[in-house]
Design a protein around this ligand. Structure first.
Ligand SMILES: C[S@@+](CC[C@H](N)C(=O)[O-])C[C@H]1O[C@@H](n2cnc3c(N)ncnc32)[C@H](O)[C@@H]1O
Length: 238
């Protein structure tokens, strides 16, 4: 069995913190549109639940894309951003301060299982995070930890690279991604690094397995709301 490599965004990130905000929209198909769609999904669910004020859990908050976007668009939303990367959260914290959002956004450096195990969140997101976690029980554990901290009927947004390694379908998508990166102006050196990251530290799973894991964790009403070549986005409900 091949060695399990865990990507650490402070040590061996495919896109390091300092270059993340510039490179993510170039490297991830529909990155900004996807974030706009996640906001629409959350608003649609939370408004249905008549939640004016809402408390959101942002897992893998990175440099703060979700935190700042969601807080600016919704004056009554409060958020906790969780991420093990000191470098990524330092950038997020700077943005939170610059936008005067410190009252409504807190960050926690670490992992979801380290948070209190109370169902206090009205919604959660894990955007471009779970594909870094191997499917050896760890992905299920990750989803269960999120499920436990959500209130009943809360929406959960999952966005990940998906597909089965070694299949014609994923190989075809990788080939499309190489052309996408070329069109976007990503340097050949960076393309090699991204492909190396995929080969060693990214653990995509087919959509059937995404559904299976979400259901095993307890989620229902799973809907795919977004596809960007090899990236999928799903909304599920507790
Ligand atoms: C590709 S970035 C995505 C950041 C942000 N969600 C976005 O859409 O731009 C992945 C982030 O997930 C974090 N991460 C990796 N493993 C994690 C885990 N097990 N729990 C929480 N965050 C994790 C990384 O440190 C990194 O900041």
């Amino acid at each position: 069995m091949s060695e399990v490599i865990i990507i650490d965004f402070d040590k061996n990130a495919p896109i390091a913190g300092s270059e993340y905000d510039k490179l993510a929209p170039m490297a991830l198909p529909g990155y900004e549109a996807m974030h706009q769609m996640t906001l629409a999904c959350l608003r649609s669910h939370l408004h249905k639940m008549s939640e004016k004020a809402a408390n959101l859990l942002i897992v893998g908050a990175g440099t703060g894309m979700e935190l700042v976007n969601y807080a600016q668009a919704n004056q009554n939303w409060c958020m906790l951003g969780v991420d093990p990367s000191v470098n990524m959260l330092a950038i997020a914290s700077q943005k939170i301060q610059e936008h005067n959002l410190s009252e409504r956004i807190k960050v926690f450096t670490g992992y979801i299982h380290q948070l209190p195990n109370n169902p206090i969140y009205d919604a959660a997101t894990a955007i471009l995070v779970m594909h870094f976690i191997p499917d050896d029980g760890s992905k299920l554990d990750f989803l269960e930890n999120i499920f436990q901290r959500l209130k009943p009927s809360a929406p959960f947004i999952l966005v990940d690279v998906f597909g089965e390694k070694g299949t014609d379908e994923l190989e075809a998508k990788i080939s499309m991604m190489k052309c996408f990166w070329q069109e976007a102006g990503v340097s050949p050196e960076k393309v090699s690094e991204l492909l190396e990251g995929l080969a060693t530290g990214v653990y995509p799973i087919p959509e059937t397995r995404v559904f299976e894991l979400l259901q095993q964790a307890g989620f229902t009403k799973i809907i795919r709301f977004y596809t960007g070549i090899w990236i999928g986005g799903w909304v599920a409900t507790k």
